[in-house]
Design a protein around this ligand. Structure first.
Ligand code: EPU
Length: 420
């Protein structure tokens, strides 16, 4: 299995291009199941999760061809409705084919996604929403088996114990665009990826209002058409590179980055002493003072601080001055990176779902193991600033979500390579 070797200490300098949003592409690819026409999706990153979704589409009768940074989807002659375990188990986002399959074919069988290292990830809100639209859903033999005569618009309340659900909102929205009548989703997720999906569906001919707010209103249509669509930049990749600039005392410019999607991240980084300047070409990130200050933050749904940036922010705070507290409110168990960061010399303890990070003067390179996608990113960031060599294993997690990570970091001046 591949590993990543980093020799820490280099200040990053130069420009980095931010790829298209992984999480937008995943649900938008699922949405192509809603039409018989060809779709072209542009600004698509080259990632393992995207190719897994293309394989799932293929198993459902859609050929998705990835060429450079675009994907063309074409329906093959026969529509199928079973998303098999072997593919679904690789990626939880596979669940978002459920809504489109039901809406288009009136039936769907999707393997129940399995466990996840970032904590329990139930799908009750997805099922509640689709049942409200009239689906008959049964869970048996590890599969969600759903059927309906014709979905009917309804009022759907989607808030769970940890807030709204991003993919739950996506699933219900994709089902409602072909349902009969009007659907209102209350407590909908407001994430930029949901707005992106709504815009894609509207371009296909859907009638959706209120996306980007807690109340989405949808009037069902009989048919949707194929479209060309450009994906938004990946806000989590952008946030990760912002931290790479700050943690290495560097000065880097992010190209193809939408700062309006990064309000809470920029707010926190500015407060601790990171300079962030935007001009027409991109976003410049640099350190404004020698030692960054500590901060307390809580993850929450958009526009709050994203859980997908929690681990990376923890790596940064581990070398800041003073004590920071980071509380995780979306996935209270998403803390596997703490023990690995501590192996590199960080001083982090966990109290319930709050981590207490006492800033240290330096980290030291070590052999560490990645546990999930964002935890891997945190270890890379720590390795960039640690003294000596860091070897990160299980890096297949990184390939799921960061396109050309070593290449992009090398171009910025990092001493990083993949070893076989
Ligand atoms: N939840 C429920 N019931 C449900 C669904 C979710 O209780 O039916 C809970 C979850 O357990 C969690 C909270 O609601 O506590 C929010 O989960 P959500 O459903 O919003 O997560 P998701 O849609 O499955 C997406 C992203 C994740 C990101 C979360 C939160 C995709 C493919 N995944 O997951 O991204 O962390 O939203 O923003 O869009 C990542 O990219 O590394 C990643 C994990």
């Amino acid at each position: 299995m591949d590993k990543i070797l980093i020799k820490g200490g280099n200040e990053l300098k130069g420009e980095v291009n931010i790829s298209g949003s992984k999480n937008s592409v995943l649900s938008i690819l699922a949405a192509t199941l809603l039409t018989d026409d060809e779709c072209v999706i542009k600004n698509v990153p080259d990632l393992k999760d995207i190719s897994t979704m293309c394989d799932i589409l293929y198993s459902l009768g859609i050929k998705a061809e990835h060429d450079k940074d675009f994907i063309t989807t074409k329906r093959l002659s026969k529509s199928k409705y079973v998303a098999p375990y072997d593919l679904v188990r690789q990626m939880r986002a596979s669940i978002c084919v459920l809504g489109p399959l039901l809406a288009k074919l009136g039936k769907a069988e999707v393997s129940l996604p399995g466990g996840c290292v970032i904590g329990p990830r139930p799908i009750d809100l997805h099922l509640k929403g689709l049942r409200a639209l009239g689906a008959d859903i049964d869970l048996s033999h590890g599969y969600i088996k759903a059927k309906c005569d014709k979905l009917k618009g309804a009022k759907v309340y989607l808030k769970g114990p940890f807030g709204s659900s991003v993919l739950g909102t996506a699933n219900v929205m994709m089902a409602a665009v072909l349902a009969e009548g009007k659907t209102i989703i209350e407590n909908a997720a407001c994430e930029p990826e949901i707005v992106d999906l709504a815009k894609f569906l509207i371009k296909m001919g859907a009638d959706i209002k209120g996306y980007g707010t807690y109340r989405i209103k949808i009037k069902g249509k009989k048919k949707l058409k194929g479209v060309e669509y450009n994906i938004i930049p990946d806000r989590i990749e952008a946030g990760t590179y912002m931290i790479a600039g700050a943690i290495t005392n560097g000065k880097i410019k992010l190209l193809n980055c939408n700062v309006s999607h990064l309000g809470s991240v920029i707010d926190k980084l500015s407060k601790i002493g990171v300079g962030i300047e935007t001009d027409t070409k991109g976003v410049l990130v640099f350190k404004k003072k020698d030692k960054l200050s500590s901060i307390d933050l809580v993850t929450s749904s958009y526009p709050g601080f994203p859980t997908d940036m929690q681990a990376q922010m923890m790596a940064l705070m581990s070398v800041a001055e003073g004590t920071s507290v980071i509380t995780e409110r979306i996935y209270p168990e998403r803390f596997l990176h703490i023990s690995e960061l501590n192996r590199m010399g960080a001083d982090i303890t966990l109290e319930g779902n709050s981590s207490i990070i006492r800033g240290v003067s330096k980290l030291s390179g070590a052999q560490v193991m990645a546990s999930d996608l964002r935890a891997s990113a945190a270890l890379i960031l720590a390795g960039l600033v640690a003294k000596g060599e860091t070897i990160i294993s299980r890096i297949y997690h990184l390939d799921r979500g960061y396109q050309d990570l070593e290449k992009k970091l090398s171009l910025l001046g990092a001493d990083i390579k993949r070893i076989k």
